[in-house]
Design a binder for this molecule. Structure first.
Ligand SMILES: [Zn+2]
Length: 174
C-alpha cells in the first residue's frame, strides 16, 4: 500500500528538538572515536529528556571486546541503567547515529526508553523503520517516540568513509 504525500507521521513519530540535535553531534563525535579504534563508527548518548543531563555515552566496542552485543546503543543503555540504578528509562532519550538492529531495538523496548532519535537508516539491519518496526509495535508492551533521520547525511557519510577506507587498505595491512 502506498501513502499519499500528505499522510501525517504516525503518532509515535515526532520532530527533533535543539537538544536532540546537539546530542546527535556528540554521538557523531563518539562514532569518530570508534572508527579511530577500528570499530564501525556508531555513537550513542542517553540523556534525561527533561533536564538534558547525559547519563551515558558510548560507541561500538564489538571488535575490542569480541562481543557481538557491543553495539553503541546497547552499551549506552546498560551504562545509563547502571548510572541511575534503575532498568526503566521512560524519562530518557536515546540518540544513536545508526538505526538500531533487532537486538538493540529489543533492548530499547525492554528498557522502556521514552524517546529514540536516530541518524541514518540501516538497510541491512534496521529494526525501527526499515526492516521491522519493533520500537512502536502496538502488540508490544512499550512503544517509544521515534525521531528518525536526524543529521542523516553526516551519519551515513561517516559509515561510508569507514567502509571505503577498509576496502582501500592494502591486503598486507589487514
Ligand atoms: Zn544493535
Amino acid at each position: 500500500m502506498t501513502h499519499p504525500e500528505s499522510t501525517p507521521p504516525t503518532p509515535t513519530e515526532s520532530l527533533p528538538t535543539e537538544l536532540d540535535r546537539s546530542m546527535m553531534h556528540r554521538a557523531i563525535e563518539l562514532a569518530d572515536e570508534a572508527s579511530a579504534l577500528g570499530e564501525v563508527p556508531v555513537g550513542a548518548i542517553v540523556y534525561d529528556t527533561a533536564t538534558g543531563e547525559i547519563l551515558a555515552s558510548a560507541h561500538n566496542t564489538r571488535e575490542m571486546h569480541n562481543n557481538p552485543a557491543g553495539h553503541a546503543e546497547f552499551n549506552a543503555i546498560i551504562q545509563a541503567c547502571q548510572s541511575i540504578a534503575d532498568w526503566r528509562l521512560n524519562h530518557c532519550t536515546l540518540v544513536v547515529t545508526l538505526e538500531p538492529c533487532p537486538m538493540c531495538a529489543g533492548l530499547i523496548v525492554n528498557a522502556r526508553i521514552g524517546r529514540l532519535v536516530y541518524g541514518t537508516p540501516d538497510p541491512k539491519a534496521g529494526a525501527v523503520r526499515t526492516l521491522y518496526q519493533l520500537c512502536d509495535d502496538p502488540r508490544l508492551n512499550h512503544r517509544c517516540q521515534i525521531i528518525p533521520n536526524l543529521e542523516q547525511k553526516q551519519c551515513s557519510q561517516q559509515l561510508k568513509d569507514f567502509f571505503r577506507t577498509l576496502r582501500d587498505r592494502p591486503q598486507s595491512d589487514q
